[in-house]
Design a binder for this molecule. Structure first.
Ligand SMILES: Nc1nc2c(c(=O)[nH]1)N[C@H]1C(S)=C(S)[C@@H](COP(=O)(O)O)O[C@H]1N2
Ligand SMILES: [Mo]
Length: 195
């Protein structure tokens, strides 16, 4: 935690942290790019499943996003420069059934987070491969992590492996343990009792 003032106002209840410290449950997974896939399934329009390997994923259109990261444990790190595939591109590639308003993003070791499909359509939502112009480091989610900067950071699984659409929300690890289904930072949606 730094004593310096942040360069801009922080969302309610947040403190400024100059450095992004790795925060996660369990060990950093060892991932082999030759076997890496991103699976998109659940309630898709055609009921099918799309599996992208590294070659297909990295051939998709890309975006750069500069955004702040807000951990629900109250630290915020500002001005992170992410690059990767816009979440909207994945929604177009493997569209959700029109009634499926939720998505479950899951990663190694049973970590998962529940988001709204609407939040994946946010122009800053991406599946990031790079941070600060460099490939992600293993502890920050290499090779790919979800980043939805307008939501608390637990909604962005590092080492993301799957996205499943659902009609009814499938609560993830944090959402099952007292945290908010939506999690908008500027509305301070931290806890499930606020839903
Ligand atoms: N797979 C996975 N992703 C995760 C987490 C986790 O425990 N496992 N923690 C989340 C939380 S609570 C935060 S604040 C951010 C932290 O990102 P960082 O480790 O890059 O600082 O990662 C999020 N993504
Ligand atoms: Mo967090």
């Amino acid at each position: 935690m730094s004593d310096e003032d942040p360069p801009q106002p922080l969302p309610p209840g947040q403190r400024y942290s100059e450095v992004l410290k790795p925060v996660h449950y369990g060990k950093v997974p060892r991932i082999d790019l030759d076997r890496w896939t991103l699976r998109i399934g659940g309630e898709t329009t055609d009921g099918g499943m799309t599996v992208l390997d590294w070659e297909r994923f990295t051939a998709l259109p890309r975006i750069e996003v500069t955004a702040d990261l807000h951990c629900v444990a109250r630290f915020s790190t500002l001005g992170l420069r992410w690059a990767g595939v816009p979440a909207r591109v994945l929604l177009e590639l493997a569209p959700p059934d029109p009634g499926a308003e939720f998505a479950e993003l899951s990663a190694a070791y049973g970590y998962s987070a529940s988001v709204r499909v609407e939040d994946l359509r946010h122009p800053q939502a991406l599946f990031a491969t790079h941070l600060g112009g460099e490939p992600l480091t293993p502890e920050h989610g290499w090779p790919v992590r979800a980043v939805l900067p307008h939501l608390y950071a637990w909604k962005g699984p590092k080492w993301v492996a799957a996205m499943d659409y659902h009609h009814a929300p499938e609560r993830g690890m944090w959402e099952r343990n007292g945290y908010h289904l939506v999690g908008e930072v500027w509305r301070e949606e931290r806890y499930s009792h606020q839903e």
